[in-house]
Every structure is written in structure tokens, then in C-alpha cells.
Unconditional design. Structure first.
Length: 340
């Protein structure tokens, strides 16, 4: 076989995504481009460590919708992965059983490390051909429940897609909002407490990931791409325009701070923000701000490099899942003995 068609489902804390694509030695071609539904599966999980009935029903509705789409396409393999919220939920078996009964595929609750590796595979594959992008790359996958830092490629002996170190932090847009940002807009005290919490996690992450070696920061996930679109001045979200754009810190920080301090009603007037992110995008922007600032500080101390911009990428966990699954499926199919 020279090509396979595979499907991937990425079920995160805030959203669930489906993609069907054809994978061959030349790359990936979309059959069904990414479908996204904001279901807030992780609602309240940070506090209760359980999925709520309402969150489960929203997610099951999206899974049934995905099932209808999958029924229209013949695929050689499918993989459903669940991340941060599912890792923390005590009643996750109920979720896994129900999804399996709908799709015939059981969700795999992947570790933060595997999540990081797949995100890095996608992002690094996509940006390595861009001009003025220098390895090592630090890919930051900022989701609803967690934030992964992945350092990889060294511009010399390591391939661009080779991971050096990775760490998953339990800080994301939903967690930070539920944990700290209770008022609308958040108070200065709430913001200060959130920053302290975020910085504590980043400090721990830096013990595992030598972030100071970074030459290029690459941001993936809904928070990063949404805030980048706002910083670009887009009045409606355009994934083609956002993908691969380089954004300077000064502009990004100003926009992130402005939207953090907005009321939810004010954010809702901006069509660039998906309605399912309006209440949590400020918390995500705060995490993003602190990660950028801390990595820049570390790079200056480590090798004297002044990092003042990042690259936004539309290629995250779901794309890495598709690439990895496609390659492995091709390999497996071609190892089978030929029938005569």
C-alpha cells in the first residue's frame, strides 16, 4: 500500500475534534478537514475530579455527530485520544464505555508526555520549512486543562521533529478560569493569584525542560491561535491567515491583557473568538503571557538570545495523531504477507 485513510479524534478539556485524512509518503491530504465542537467536558473536573452529567451529554452528542460523518467514509484505522480532563476524572470509565458503545472505538487516555510528543510532531513538521525559523523549537500546546512544553530539534544533529524534553503542566484556560478568575471581569487579586499559580508550574516545568535553549517558540491550540488572530486585527477567525504567522510579544501582550480584563459580554462582541471560548480565553491568555515571558527570560540567561516573537501554528495534537497513525498503519499494512 502506498496510502491509507485514517481518522483521529482528540477529546480535550474544552473541545473535541475530528479529522479524516489520507496519509502517504509525501504527507497528509484532508478528506474531512478538522471538525470542532466545544463541549467543555472538563467542566468542574479541577474541583470535583468527576465529569458532570451535563458535560458528558454534550460530549456524547458530538461523538454521535462524528459517528455519522465516519459512517460516510471508509477508513483503514481510527484512534480516539482523551487528554487532561479525562486523566483527572474518577468516573472516566463511564465515559470510555459510552463512547465505545457509540463509535465502536474505545478512547485512549494518553499521558501528558505522549500528548506533547504528538503536538511537537505536527508543529515541527509544519514550521520546519518556513523562513527564519531556527531550531531548537519550543512547542507550547496550551489547552483547556493542561499546557505542554516540548523542546526539540537542535539545528544540527537532531532532526527537526526529534523531541529533546517535554513536560505537561496542569494549567489551562478552563482550569485557570475555574480555579482563580471568578469575577467578570477578574479582579487584580484573582489575576495575581493566577500568575503565582502559573509561575509555580512553569518553574517546575523548567526543571524538566531546558527552555533556555529555545531559539523559536511555536504556539499551538485554540487559545494561542485565537489570541494571535485578535492581535492580527482579524474581525473573523481565519485559520489560513493565522497558520505560520510570526507575532511580536509587544503586540501579543497588549492584546492578551486587554481581553483578560474585558467582561464576557465585551468579548462576545468579537466574532474572532469562538462562543465556547469566551468565558475562558482570558485565563488562557494569561497562561500564554507568562510562558512567553518566562521562556524569553530563560533564553537570554542561557545563550544571550533576545526572543521577542513567536510562531503560531494550526497544527497541534490532532494533526500529530493523524500523521503518527497514518505512518504506523502504512507500516503495518505493508508488513502483512501477500495473499495468493
Amino acid at each position: 500500500m502506498t496510502a491509507v485513510t485514517v481518522a483521529g479524534i482528540d477529546c480535550g478539556t474544552n473541545s473535541i475534534r475530528l479529522k479524516i485524512a489520507r496519509v502517504d509518503e509525501h504527507g497528509v491530504t484532508d478528506v474531512v478537514p478538522r471538525m470542532l465542537r466545544v463541549v467543555r467536558l472538563g467542566q468542574g473536573v479541577d474541583e470535583t475530579h468527576r465529569f458532570s452529567d451535563e458535560a458528558l451529554e454534550r460530549t456524547y452528542a458530538a461523538v454521535r455527530e462524528f459517528k455519522d460523518v465516519l459512517d460516510e467514509h471508509a477508513v483503514d484505522a481510527i484512534r480516539f485520544v482523551a487528554t487532561s480532563a479525562t486523566r483527572d476524572a474518577d468516573n472516566r470509565e463511564e465515559f470510555e464505555n459510552t463512547v465505545e458503545s457509540i463509535l465502536g472505538v474505545r478512547p485512549e487516555v494518553i499521558s501528558g508526555t505522549e500528548e506533547a510528543d504528538l503536538s511537537f510532531l505536527a508543529a515541527s513538521s509544519a514550521i520546519s520549512s518556513l523562513p527564519d525559523v531556527e531550531a531548537p523549537y519550543l512547542v507550547v500546546d496550551l489547552g483547556g486543562g493542561s499546557c505542554e512544553l516540548v523542546l526539540g530539534g537542535d539545528g544540527d544533529t537532531l532532526p527537526a521533529t526529534k523531541v529533546q524534553a517535554a513536560f505537561s503542566m496542569n494549567i489551562g484556560s478552563v482550569r485557570m478560569t475555574e480555579r482563580h478568575l471568578h469575577h467578570d471581569p477578574p479582579t487584580e487579586q484573582e489575576i495575581d493569584e493566577a500568575v503565582h499559580d502559573i509561575d509555580r508550574h512553569i518553574t517546575e516545568a523548567f526543571r524538566h525542560v531546558p527552555a533556555g535553549r529555545t531559539h523559536t517558540i511555536v504556539g499551538v491550540s485554540g487559545t494561542v491561535t485565537t489570541m494571535t488572530a485578535l492581535a492580527m486585527g482579524l474581525t473573523e477567525y481565519n485559520h489560513v491567515a493565522v497558520d505560520g504567522v510570526r507575532m511580536d510579544f509587544e503586540t501579543a501582550f497588549a492584546v492578551d491583557d486587554r481581553f483578560l480584563n474585558m467582561t464576557r459580554a465585551e468579548r462576545a462582541t468579537h466574532k474572532t473568538i469562538h462562543p465556547g471560548r469566551i468565558d475562558v480565553v482570558g485565563g488562557g491568555a494569561l497562561v500564554w503571557n507568562r510562558v512567553l515571558a518566562r521562556v524569553a527570560e530563560a533564553a537570554l540567561l542561557d545563550h544571550g538570545q533576545h526572543i521577542d516573537s513567536y510562531v503560531a501554528s494550526e497544527h497541534g495534537l490532532l494533526d500529530g495523531l493523524i500523521i503518527d497513525l497514518g505512518r504506523r498503519t502504512l507500516e503495518t499494512c505493508n508488513e502483512r504477507p501477500t495473499e495468493h
